[in-house]
Design a protein around this ligand. Structure first.
Ligand code: XMP
Length: 310
């Protein structure tokens, strides 16, 4: 495929479709939304309003890191603090689907919907890719970013029309486009990260304190396994506790699971055979996190497990 031609085509089409109107998009820092942002910025310049929504569910330092990265490319990104709103929506929820629904709903119907109205945007850009559409149609995944495929008319539901410039590409195609667009390796080679963010890695209630724990564990896992070449690696906080010993006293502490997998498309996955020294190091560092006294390595392939825990 001629990716240069693809870029040119999409830029022209966006220009034509949006005309003098305002378009809006949410940037997560993942490869899909990053490519959409760069394409749309080329096509629309100041008519594009890009926002990073801080949902309180992102990784350590992630919101500012993404905003700074785009500022370096000359693309302004508004940082929206919606932490309190997301935490309030998740309060008391333990059911995985209810938690996912709360995140999706807060994102689109509340925070993003409000931004759309404030900016007078009539076009919403989305990083939907071909695989998202296929998996949603097949009923494998309830991808939150393809409202239309789910039979929800976004114009009717939230007052805007959706443009999906990447909907003919798969992930490898998007990464190729990202490279041609000269996006930094931080983006082009980034491991997958789920839409519900760290909420997908907390079994049970999502609270500020529990987010802090899983965020610290995630930072350690990403640091230790960044060179592993694995497809994806993550940390999960369980809803159970276990007895341990801390400073010579019994402590009923948190349990963190480390997951590291090999896969090509995340539809199936096998577990990475990490060296014991690496596993010990992970355990040592993770059990230094406040309140955590156990660290487990998940040996389950997909299927029967999924990659994420909710
Ligand atoms: P599961 O847990 O379904 O994950 O085996 C498969 C792959 O998809 C990612 N994932 C998501 N990505 N929105 C996304 O954009 C989501 O809601 C979502 N849930 C899971 C997961 O990280 C893995 O790479």
């Amino acid at each position: 495929m001629d990716y240069k031609a693809f870029i040119e085509e999409q830029v022209n089409e966006l220009k034509e479709t949006v005309g003098d109107a305002t378009a809006i998009n949410a940037l997560s820092g993942g490869v899909d939304s990053s490519v959409v942002t760069v394409l749309a910025h080329r096509a629309l310049g100041r008519q594009l309003k890009t926002y990073f929504i801080d949902s309180a569910l992102m990784r350590q330092g992630e919101p500012q890191r993404v905003v700074d990265m785009f500022a370096k490319m000359g693309i302004p990104v508004g940082l929206v603090d919606a932490k309190a709103e997301f935490l309030a929506a998740l309060k008391g929820l333990t059911d995985p689907e209810e938690k996912r629904h709360a995140v999706t709903d807060t994102f689109y119907a509340r925070v993003f919907g409000r931004l759309v109205k404030e900016t007078d945007a009539t076009f919403l850009l989305h990083g939907t890719i071909l695989t998202d559409i296929e998996e949603t149609v097949a009923g494998i995944k309830r991808q939150h970013n393809i409202l239309e495929q789910l039979g929800i008319d976004p114009k009717e539901a939230y007052g805007y029309a959706v443009l999906e410039p990447l909907k003919t590409l798969r992930k490898d195609g998007v990464r190729e486009v990202a490279r041609v667009l000269n996006l930094p390796p931080d983006i082009t080679e980034r491991i997958p990260f789920p839409g519900p963010a760290l909420a997908a890695r907390i079994v049970g209630e999502v609270t500020e304190e529990r987010l802090k724990t899983v965020r610290s564990a995630t930072a350690i896992v990403e640091e230790e396994l960044g060179n592993s070449g694995a497809f994806q690696y993550l940390a999960v906080l369980l809803n159970d506790k276990a007895t341990g010993i801390r400073d010579g006293k019994r402590q009923f502490g948190e349990i963190v699971v480390v997951r590291c997998i090999e896969s090509t498309d995340a539809r199936t996955a096998t577990v990475t055979e990490l060296p014991w020294t690496k596993l010990h190091r992970l355990c040592e560092r993770i059990t230094q996190i406040d309140g955590v006294n156990r660290c487990l390595y998940d040996l389950t392939p997909k299927p029967p497990a999924t990659v994420e825990y909710i």
